[in-house]
Ligand binder design. Structure first.
Ligand code: DAH
Length: 339
């Protein structure tokens, strides 16, 4: 009998705890405490029990009864509260709240916004353009004809059902678009997502971010290019960062350069990331090729300019000491929450 009462208690408390609306609770109250309820039955029939059982069963049954009554009245209070209608939950404003987690910016976005800040201060427009691009703007307008070997190095995603269209391989695709739209003089930067058909590893991704810059005016020189790049790096790294220029080939500039930046992971002393050279190749740049100026409708005898392009992922990797490019798109919160 004692066992039975204990079981009854457990079941009753469990069911009461689960009930969410007042009606349910009232039904349970009748079931367990009502006149026809089991517990009431037990109490009523106490007199039929053996003498030595009576006090034990009676005591336990009464305890259980008041425990169930307490549980019902607690929950009733919670469900109805002061002035609350049936079914609504009682709101205790003194309970500690649940802290909402706030989001924050992705490291690529942080770097991009800092760059926008630096460039807009220097009078550059920020232009974003299409990711699905014609071969013309991605290649031909940039002096990369179909037969040009540079196309092989670009590992392009071609669009199966849209001949002549590609996922842009760089944001240089915007150069001639911007020249057609705004003419000269022009100062613009083009941030955005770019795509390459590459095997992924710690240094390569199929989808990453670029920032292209273009400045067109009269008598633009390499000195102007270097000054702007220095200002850019200072804006990102908050100090002067030594750079060096090496000759580099890009069909849309002449002359062209690879711009190396002191490896900030080892401060130029040499480490695995910079392959112990102390320098990291970070930016492609040069003076805009006359054919590109002409494609943009400008007279190359009258106008000149510089262009540069770089991967934002690599820049963010340098800034934050990230050693695997795949982390950016991994969606791994252990990585993302650090920024
Ligand atoms: N578009 C080049 C790339 O995807 C980067 C680049 C190099 C852009 C030289 C330039 C430049 O504007 O002058 O790697």
């Amino acid at each position: 009998m004692l066992e039975k009462i204990k079981k009854l208690k457990n079941q009753a408390l469990k069911e009461i705890k689960k009930s969410k609306v007042l009606k349910e609770l009232q039904a349970l109250e009748t079931k367990y405490l009502g006149r026809k309820g089991e517990l009431t039955g037990i109490l009523r029939n106490l007199k039929d029990l053996a003498k030595e059982q009576k006090p034990l069963v009676g005591k336990l049954a009464n305890e259980v009864k008041s425990e169930i009554e307490q549980a019902v009245s607690d929950l009733k209070f919670e469900l109805t509260g002061q002035g609350k209608t049936e079914g609504e939950h009682f709101l205790d404003i003194t309970l500690p709240g649940q802290k909402a987690e706030t989001g924050h910016l992705h490291p690529i976005t942080i770097v991009k916004q800092q760059l926008m800040d630096v460039f807009t201060k220097m009078g550059f427009m920020v232009i974003e353009g299409p990711e699905l691009e014609s071969e013309y703007y991605n290649f031909e307008a940039l002096n990369i004809p179909a037969t040009h070997p540079a196309r092989d190095t670009m590992d392009t995603f071609y669009i199966k059902d849209k001949p002549g269209w590609v996922m842009r391989t760089h944001t240089s695709n915007q150069q001639v678009r911007a020249l057609e739209k705004y003419g000269a003089p022009l100062r613009a930067v083009f941030p955005g997502r770019v795509f390459r058909y590459e095997a992924t590893d710690a240094a390569h991704e199929t989808t990453f971010y670029h920032l292209e810059g273009l400045m067109i005016d009269k008598n633009i020189s390499i000195a102007n290019l270097i000054a702007v790049l220095r200002a850019m790096l200072k804006g990102i790294f908050k100090r002067d960062v030594p750079v060096r220029l090496r000759p580099g080939y890009f069909p849309f500039v002449e002359p062209g350069f690879e711009v190396d930046v002191t490896c900030l992971l080892c401060q130029g002393r040499g480490c695995p990331v910079c392959k112990h050279s102390g320098w990291v190749e970070m930016i492609g740049a040069g003076l805009v090729h006359p054919k590109v100026l002409a494609a943009g409708g400008l007279d190359p005898k009258e106008w000149s300019g510089f262009a540069f392009g770089m991967g934002l992922n690599r820049l963010a990797m340098m800034k934050y000491g990230i050693t695997d490019i795949r982390l950016f798109l991994s969606g791994d919160l252990r990585f993302l929450k650090q920024f």
